[in-house]
Design a protein around this ligand. Structure first.
Ligand code: MRU
Length: 360
């Protein structure tokens, strides 16, 4: 038996209590270099989120929860007010790392609620409760992904061709992934899916991360360039598209990695259903429509050089580099959550999903 550790044996995001560190795999180095980072400084945690060393909406949420706990742990304050003031500063700082994935704000707000609900406790006790909450946020994410896997799997059949865009895999979550959860579950149950992974320019999360983790796990994955999705769909090789999301608006409009809306538009042309795999932590009922979602603009060099500092475009050329686009709700066949599958009209069905969550 080989003793080589697979990428699937690593935790995407973890808390090392002994070292008071957020532990992540530096995803900018994958697939060739598996570098584990132990981050203790807030600036380094902010940088890791901004620079996509840890990325994918759920993983960003978990990293932020652990990050704010580590910040809170360091606060030297005798009174609640003093503590809370410093906590809010740290929260604001981490919240500024990336604007689109709502999980960042969702996780920080959850941690904030813990502080606000325990004003009568000592600062030491509040720190303990924050630790508990951060660990819970991570554990919940594992359960959520498993549930999404079950619901997602109910939408397909053995031997199906599946296409995915970007990385909504284990590397984007605490475990299993969202869009990949049905794939991993299907593998356990002998479904023999044929999976197409879009490379996902500009930063190649599909090629570097999705193709890597699926291939390492022994799934049948074929890497394609972003401009090949029409070809594989026209050939009849794709029965369903599963993608993740960074923010789902109340009407079902969905922000996900740039290019998702292209895939969805092409899929509509070829009658391939597009399913958004969405933990409820990524659904933002306070955002009415896709037009209200703040789309992150990223540096031009990501398009002209990626991280390799090797220029592939003329100096001085203008670049447009939005990190995400919005897929209109009419292109979406269903939104797969941990509490079931929402169908159009989403304004109603997403509310029902949250009612189920409340009742659980
Ligand atoms: O810029 P990234 O790599 O953080 O973008 C990630 C995506 O768009 C994912 O599809 C999304 O966050 C869902 S991850 C389960």
């Amino acid at each position: 038996m080989s003793s080589k550790k697979s990428i699937m044996d690593y935790e995407t995001v973890a808390l090392d209590d002994g070292k008071s560190a957020l532990v992540i795999i530096d995803q900018t180095q994958l697939p060739y270099n598996t570098e584990i980072l132990e981050l203790t400084k807030q600036e380094d945690i902010w940088d890791a989120i901004y620079l996509l060393k840890v990325r994918g909406a759920p993983a960003i949420g978990v990293a932020a929860a652990i990050g704010i706990y580590l910040a809170a742990k360091e606060i030297k304050a005798d009174s609640y007010d003093e503590f809370y003031q410093q906590f809010l500063k740290a929260k604001e700082y981490l919240a500024s790392a990336r604007p689109t994935a709502v999980n960042l704000f969702w996780a920080l707000d959850r941690m904030d609620e813990v502080v606000k609900a325990n004003q009568d406790k000592s600062v030491a006790e509040i720190k303990e409760l924050l630790h508990k909450e951060a660990v819970e946020i991570k554990e919940e994410d594992i359960w959520v992904c498993k549930q999404i896997g079950e619901y997602g799997l109910s939408l397909v059949k053995p031997g199906d061709g599946l296409l995915t865009h970007c990385n909504a895999g284990q590397l984007a979550t605490a475990k299993y992934g969202t869009a990949t959860a049905p794939m991993y579950l299907g593998q356990e149950r002998g479904y023999n899916f044929k999976i197409f992974a879009d490379e996902t320019r500009p930063l190649l999360q599909g090629a570097r991360l999705t193709a890597y983790e699926l291939h390492e796990s022994g799934l049948d994955v074929t890497l394609i360039c972003d401009n090949m999705s029409a070809t594989v769909m026209k050939n009849g090789w794709v029965n369903a598209v599963f993608v993740g999301c960074d923010r789902v608006a109340a009407n079902g409009d969905t922000a996900n990695k740039i290019g998702t809306s292209v895939v969805a538009t092409v899929a509509k042309r070829y009658n391939v259903p597009v399913y958004i795999c969405a933990p409820t932590s990524t659904i933002d009922l306070n955002t009415k429509t896709g037009a209200d979602i703040h789309i992150e603009q990223r540096p031009a060099e990501e398009v002209t050089e990626m991280w390799y500092k090797k220029r592939m475009a003329p100096d001085g050329v203008k670049v447009f580099n939005p990190a995400f686009d919005v897929t209109d709700n009419d292109l979406i066949a269903g939104i797969v959550t941990e509490y079931g599958i929402a169908r159009a009209p989403y304004t109603e069905s997403l509310k029902e999903i949250f009612a189920k969550k409340e009742a659980a």
